[in-house]
Ligand binder design. Structure first.
Ligand SMILES: Cc1cc2nc3c(=O)[nH]c(=O)nc-3n(C[C@H](O)[C@H](O)[C@H](O)COP(=O)(O)O)c2cc1C
Length: 165
């Protein structure tokens, strides 16, 4: 049985929800044993040695990753498969949704590929860009922006399942 660790850094909750969907899909459809860890001062050095696959997710806001997700990328994951995703609801995902592929490529490079290249010592097996949300201030349940789509995580989980065997 494949053992998979999902670690994530979130600010507003979308990356957490995405991580939960991926965990559910890998457990139910691919029989992975999955642990999900929210990065915090207590968990930032969470031991990954017993896992075959590591999935790292980060919120993108203020043009940046969360500091702990970026730091987690810097671990030595030699011999493991690493998957990386971001929740970039304001810039990267909307370009993808609109089919503005040049813009999407540039933003993906800035907010995902270049961060991975600088911080991760090995090549990731696969990466993904997801949406998220921006809540309307003072109005619970209302959103200024909402482009989080469960089907995106379901699809990527299928890919992860096939790549991990
Ligand atoms: C204050 C603020 C700044 C943001 N800055 C960016 C940004 O620089 N780039 C982007 O793509 N999305 C940006 N967003 C949208 C986030 O990607 C979105 O809130 C997403 O859900 C963040 O992931 P999280 O919910 O896991 O924190 C911003 C949202 C807020 C509220």
């Amino acid at each position: 049985m494949s053992k998979t660790l999902i670690v994530y850094g979130t600010r507003f909750g979308a990356t957490e929800k995405s991580s939960e969907i991926i965990a559910r899909e890998l457990k139910e459809k691919f029989n992975h044993e999955v642990e999900v860890v929210k990065l915090s001062s207590e968990t930032e050095n969470h031991d990954f040695s017993s896992f075959d696959n590591i999935i790292i997710g980060s919120s993108v806001a203020y043009f940046s990753w969360t500091k702990r997700a970026k730091k987690y990328l810097q671990n030595d994951f030699s011999g493991k498969k690493v998957f990386v995703f971001v929740s970039s609801a304001g810039l990267t995902y909307p370009a993808l949704e609109k089919g503005e592929m040049d813009k999407y490529a540039k933003r993906k490079k800035r907010f995902l590929d270049s961060i991975v290249k600088k911080n991760l010592k090995i090549q990731p097996t696969s990466t993904a860009v997801f949406g998220g949300w921006i809540k309307t201030r003072g109005k619970p349940g209302e959103f200024d922006l909402y482009n989080w789509k469960e089907e995106d995580m379901v699809k990527w989980s299928e890919e992860i399942g096939k790549l991990t065997g």
